[in-house]
Design a binder for this molecule. Sequence first.
Ligand SMILES: Cc1cc2nc3c(=O)[nH]c(=O)nc-3n(C[C@H](O)[C@H](O)[C@H](O)COP(=O)(O)OP(=O)(O)OC[C@H]3O[C@@H](n4cnc5c(N)ncnc54)[C@H](O)[C@@H]3O)c2cc1C
Length: 339
Amino acid sequence: MGAMRVIVVAERAGGEVLSVTREVLACGLELAAHAAADVEVLVAGNRIADLVRDLARTCAARVTGVESAQLALYNGEAFRQGLLQVLKADGPLLVCLPHTAFGSDLAPRLAAALDASCITAVEECRFVDGRPRFVRAMFGGKLRAEIVSERSVTVVTLVPGAWAPLPRQRAPEPRWRIVDVQIAPGGSRTREVMEAPGQRVKLDDAEVIVAAGRGIGDPKNLRLLEDLAAIFPRSGLACSRAVCDLGWLGYAHQVGVTGQTVSPGLYIACGISGAVQHLAGMKGSRVIVAINSDPRAAIFQVADYCVVEDLVRFIPLLLEEYRRWSEKGSLQTSRTNTS
Ligand SMILES: Cc1cc2nc3c(=O)[nH]c(=O)nc-3n(C[C@H](O)[C@H](O)[C@H](O)COP(=O)(O)OP(=O)(O)OC[C@H]3O[C@@H](n4cnc5c(N)ncnc54)[C@H](O)[C@@H]3O)c2cc1C
């Protein structure tokens, strides 16, 4: 049996490796340190040599580009085929992916093909006698389970926000390679990836998320939240499931156990009660601001800043205050420039 290998599968959008990959890399390095293993990052795509080299220059792992014209856009069948050609399970293997739509689709495909155990939505690793125990929430966050893999090959997905992203460090000797793979035509082909309307930034890459709950009262009030989000350059609009069920926003915006898991720098929850199913998707956010008219709302238990107000009155006042403040700021700047 060969030595343990830890593989991190990078998530990419166009010519960019998404920041969640550096979180998975941080976990991969932690697992590798306990197993005295090597870490390798796999990036699947087409004509990605520049991207692979850039990533290798800024991280302490070997980076392999898995290349084929069929891997330009994400397709579960094609990515499974391509990655398996590099992932040959000839020894103990731990494959780590982000717990995003990409990772949730790809992980079980890889696990089935590798006859591996598949442990999803991992939030923490504990080590007992050097063996990892993967910790994940169960029953909508009411319980936490420790799961041990009984196979030599294990595929795990990691909840965004559970690990701090690995800082960019200059690698003294970047290690990278490109492997060309052959993809046989499958049952499906991805022709185009389109952004959901109104989604200026993908939620898992947004720095600021403004989220709507049923408490907004009327879909017309979404405008207030959009104006609030527009203050921040990399922002996105999210919501609770109640808002999707009411048809006020599409399910692409939903955060929670049955929606997206997000970990922005700032999450502004507007009229959201804080049900466990919603908290499970956003509690990894760095700073949480909650605006809710009910002082006993559960969201206040996880919020860093609690605003007990009617959002329909409070947000316009906040926007007005911001407008006054930014005008004053630009006035002062222009005065400085002309003096
Ligand atoms: C299996 C399962 C999976 C689920 N998955 C998810 C999921 O992924 N994501 C998710 O979000 N939910 C999920 N849910 C639903 C979840 O249990 C809650 O029902 C939902 O999150 C409630 O949404 P809400 O907070 O917007 O609405 P509510 O619970 O109705 O809360 C509205 C809040 O707005 C406040 N409010 C009212 N008016 C105002 C005002 N004018 N100004 C300020 N505040 C005001 C109220 O005080 C209240 O706290 C799931 C449920 C189940 C059973």
